[in-house]
Ligand binder design. Structure first.
Ligand code: DGY
Length: 321
């Protein structure tokens, strides 16, 4: 009987996904959901055929160079792939895939939640109620900024950015965007394209970031660019922390240049820049953009579809390399 391919699964995945893995593969699971070191990943990969990592495992050039020759595929349980050195994988002849599409709705929900929560100071209000420090209603108490009818700027009008635009239209927002290429009118749906970030930013009462983390986008939102936003703008990030210069954003929040920030992703998670924690105008979530039962199942199944294709000699749907 043909041996099932051995798959290293770096994190505990949803039950239905692990069941399918156990049916079709010989998985090396991580029931305790420990974060493996690079050495542990390399050790676990001995005698294995593939790896399913998450964004929490850095498969950089050094780690990829140490993987055994038997590793044919890295099928990431994530849409982002900044944790994998694609060039190093290419050089080793390892196929790499991600899980686009299936998390766009869930991530857009969190972007809207952050936008609304940061603008309406939801976290502060929730804290008042929970800690019994809410005194009474007052006409000037807990005043936020209205979202309805404002201008929303989107950086990166890919799958998630387009869903955010669609949902934001429900709040009568005027959509502006910057993207590497202008969308066709059918996808644009009236959104206003700006060829440069510098052109986009002065229009944004709200700014939502949806571009990937690459060497080109590192610290893309820096002090100079924050300076171009209108006073009292709200910044939302559900993409990657690396896209934001933390010191610059914290300084702008402290100075009251920005009204608030809603952040689901950070540099160096979970050890985030401590400056965010002390700010009342930062609404912070623990990287839960795709954290719904439906989406996490779908991400796992999509990763497995890619794995199945590679081991069946078919082209995987989401090949990066
Ligand atoms: C993704 O899929 O990239 C999310 O950030 C979770 O890893």
């Amino acid at each position: 009987m043909k041996q099932k391919p051995v798959v290293v699964v770096t994190r505990k995945l949803p039950a239905a996904v692990e069941q399918r893995l156990q049916r079709d593969y010989a998985p090396r699971l991580n029931p305790e959901d420990r974060i493996y070191t690079a050495d542990e990943i390399v050790a676990l990969a001995q005698g294995a055929d593939a790896i399913i990592p998450c964004h929490t495992e850095r498969l950089n050039a050094q780690v990829i160079a140490r993987l055994p020759a038997g590793i044919r595929a890295i099928c990431s349980f994530s849409v982002g792939f900044d944790h994998i050195d694609l060039q190093a994988a290419r050089e080793r002849g390892i196929s790499v895939t991600n899980t686009p599409d299936v998390l766009s709705d869930a991530t857009a929900e969190i972007a809207l939640l952050l936008m609304l929560g940061a603008a309406r100071r939801a976290h502060e209000g929730a804290e008042l109620v929970r800690t019994a420090t809410w005194r009474e209603w007052s006409p000037t108490y807990q005043l936020g900024i209205q979202v309805t009818g404002k201008r929303l700027g989107i950086i990166g009008m890919g799958r998630v950015g387009r869903v955010v635009a669609k949902r934001a239209r429900g709040f009568d927002m005027e959509i502006h965007y910057h993207n590497r290429r202008r969308l066709d009118p059918e996808q644009e749906m009236g959104a206003i394209f700006h060829a440069t970030l510098e052109d986009l930013l002065p229009h944004c009462n709200f700014l939502s970031i949806h571009c990937p983390a690459t060497p080109d986008t590192r610290n893309l939102l820096n002090a100079e660019r924050i300076g171009l936003l209108p006073r009292d703008a709200v910044v939302v990030n559900t993409a990657r922390g690396a896209v934001v210069d933390d010191d610059a954003l914290i300084a702008a929040l402290r100075a009251g240049k920005l009204f608030a920030a809603g952040l689901d992703v950070f540099n160096n998670e979970p050890e985030i820049h401590p400056g965010y924690r002390g700010l009342a105008n930062s609404f912070l979530l623990p990287h839960i953009g795709s954290a719904t039962r439906e989406t996490r199942d779908a991400m796992g199944f999509r990763a497995l579809d890619n794995l199945d294709a590679i081991f069946a000699g078919r082209e995987p749907r989401d090949r990066l390399v």
